[in-house]
Design a binder for this molecule. Structure first.
Ligand SMILES: Cc1cc2nc3c(=O)[nH]c(=O)nc-3n(C[C@H](O)[C@H](O)[C@H](O)COP(=O)(O)OP(=O)(O)OC[C@H]3O[C@@H](n4cnc5c(N)ncnc54)[C@H](O)[C@@H]3O)c2cc1C
Length: 308
């Protein structure tokens, strides 16, 4: 009850409180912070994908700067020898404002990715940009094949999208979907979303696609683990993914020891606010953590982000 109330109030809470409580989900302000953590996770046997936080960019100049930031990020990751894998949101390249410019910038991003052999994952945003995101993904594959996007089990359309797009060589991250969508577009019932998740995972594996199983839901992880083991040809065409800061380290360790690739999503940057609100909304311990942050300011402010 208190948690639900706090969640509705997150948007009016002072930013320093949000930053403090959400600190565990963010690798840091700069690419160096993210790369340092990536190197540590790589040494521990985890794969990573790095996301330069940003979305809903409305100015062309800013969209160009976002591209530059990604180019610099890829150069620094290459120099540091960490996993060559990035995640990006298309509205960061100005998709909502000017899809033509956004695609031109995306092409340049893919050229840079191709030059250094990076995998590029296009994150999925709310349903107003689903079509455009899938379109960029399909057109992008013709430019640089090592790209993938995300499918959201919550959306009613997703099983059809999966059936249409899945094929050998295609790559999808499968998640529940974080954006609040109306009942006409999205399942609202948690059990229905989980059932849809497993249906879509089966469609993707049947079609020969690569799937990143991105969930912290213990039941879905167990079911997916079983499906991958029993589905002919699925091993090696899958990986598990988790967000930095979600406390499921033991599960991830056990998946890794079993031989699964486990990739941690590492977001960094100054534009942390919208991402942080989304993470706090789904944190079941939100009330405890906000209360803790109010009473233990100094200690939390100095704490580095925790691995998941
Ligand atoms: C690698 C990765 C990439 C993603 N990319 C996208 C994307 O591109 N587009 C998109 O819409 N969504 C994306 N998501 C978010 C996803 O859609 C869900 O919103 C998110 O993963 C929570 O759903 P869940 O599957 O973990 O299940 P839930 O039922 O929400 O959570 C299961 C359990 O995990 C724990 N947990 C979950 N979230 C938190 C948290 N923030 N803090 C603490 N504990 C938590 C809790 O114990 C909870 O009970 C991504 C998720 C991952 C893991």
């Amino acid at each position: 009850m208190l948690a639900r109330l706090l969640i509705t109030m997150l948007g009016v809470m002072p930013r320093p409180i949000i930053r403090r409580v959400a600190g565990r989900y963010i690798a840091g302000d700069n690419k160096e912070d993210a790369i340092l953590l990536a190197a540590q996770l790589n040494r521990d046997g985890f794969a990573v994908t790095i996301d330069h936080l940003g979305e809903d960019v409305t100015q062309a100049d800013q969209a160009r700067r976002e591209l530059d930031a990604y180019r610099e990020l890829m150069a620094a990751m290459t120099a540091a020898g960490v996993d060559r894998n990035i995640s990006i949101k298309l509205t960061q390249l100005g998709l909502r404002q000017d899809p033509g410019l956004a695609f031109a910038l995306f092409e340049k991003l893919l050229a840079a990715a191709g030059a250094d052999d990076f995998f590029v994952r296009i994150d999925m945003e709310d349903s107003s940009v689903t079509d455009a995101t899938l379109d960029f993904y399909e057109r992008g594959r013709a430019i640089w094949p090592r790209i993938g996007t995300v499918l959201q089990a919550r959306l009613r359309r997703t099983a059809e999208d999966a059936a249409r797009l899945a094929q050998a060589g295609a790559s999808f991250r499968l998640c529940k979907g974080i954006y609040l969508e109306p009942p006409e577009l999205a399942y609202q019932d948690p059990g229905r979303i989980n059932a849809a998740y497993m249906d879509v995972l089966t469609i993707l594996l049947d079609a020969g696609a690569h799937v990143a199983i991105a969930t912290h839901d213990a039941q879905l992880i167990a079911q997916s683990r079983f499906l991958v083991k029993t589905h002919p040809g699925a091993i090696g065409r899958h990986e598990f993914q988790a967000l930095l800061g979600v406390p499921i380290r033991n599960t991830l360790e056990s998946l890794r020891r079993e031989g699964h690739v486990v990739r941690i999503y590492l977001p960094f940057g100054q534009d942390w606010y919208a991402y942080s609100l989304r993470r706090l909304r789904e944190n079941p311990r939100i009330a405890v953590q906000i209360a803790g942050s109010l009473f233990r300011r100094d200690r939390l402010a100095k704490n580095p982000p925790e691995p998941p």
